[in-house]
Design a protein around this ligand. Sequence first.
Ligand SMILES: Nc1ncnc2c1ncn2[C@@H]1O[C@H](COP(=O)(O)OP(=O)(O)OP(=O)(O)O)[C@@H](O)[C@H]1O
Ligand SMILES: [Mg+2]
Length: 313
Amino acid sequence: MTPEEAVMTQESDASVPEVSEPGASRSGEAVGALASPRPRIDVSGAATPEGRADTQTVFHCDDIHVYYGDFLALRNVSLDIAAHEVTAFIGPSGCGKTTFLRCFNRMNELIEGARVEGSINYHGVELYQDEVDPVEVRRRVGMVFQKPNPFPKSIYDNIAYGPRLAGAKRSELDDIVERSLTRAALWDEVRDRLKTSAYGLSGGQQQRLCIARAIAVQPDVVLMDEPCSALDPIATGRIEELIAELKTEYTIIIVTHNMQQAARISDMTAFFSVQANEMGQRTGELVEYAPTSLIFTNPDDPRTEAYITGRVG
Ligand SMILES: Nc1ncnc2c1ncn2[C@@H]1O[C@H](COP(=O)(O)OP(=O)(O)OP(=O)(O)O)[C@@H](O)[C@H]1O
Ligand SMILES: [Mg+2]
């Protein structure tokens, strides 16, 4: 099973140790609802901004290094991700964008030999501590992949899958399916064929289905790894409109190779680059992180400018 498949079909990991005192971890830090065993997820209420933590910072990353075995793929990344913004990660192939994105929902753990060092604080909770249940993290921090990856199931069952796992009642499912497909701007196109295979949808529709599936479990954050790279310009435009709408409810981090797309849809942009050491090992690093308008009009670093103007990369 690939990490992508594993994350889509995950169930709570019973081997994660229990927290003895509710809401407290060994380090004395509040773990709250992220603690394992995971609490029942209430799928009846809408994920409103009011319902979330007060802080404007969703993730605070400090000095992140990611290794695959002995290979240092990404070094020394520190940045904050703000709530209800679209943050874009850009940079040349191999600079560690996907690697970094996978840090936000502990997905690197599903990759043999991958190791994350440093700290990621999520709404005041240290994400990489034993007491945090990675399955609960992945429910709150959903992911949409480059290639649309619907399950070999009906449209309805694709959306209902996550809520069912989370304990949603049968009577709630119709509503969840309709609401999620509506939010993903797909409802009108599929309402008459909900019981047919998701494979019968076009690529652009499949990607909106995957977005609907990601939001059906009421996440807080949606990670998107080049979600439009397999789509035509019309389908891409629809996804971009959708992202602009979704950010009122969710925090979105998107990897894109499309500079115009980053400029159009993101509030903040992080530019990563890759540096080879004397052994020829190519390690990614964060070059510049700033409001998107600044990155594209007046970047600080000459490497950023060279990349966005298409001179390298
Ligand atoms: N599962 C893995 N095992 C070993 N090395 C990996 C793995 N995934 C990525 N890498 C390596 O880590 C580095 C960063 O890869 P990553 O996929 O994060 O780059 P990227 O910026 O997303 O590139 P692209 O734009 O091509 O998608 C690369 O050198 C890559 O070969
Ligand atoms: Mg990538």
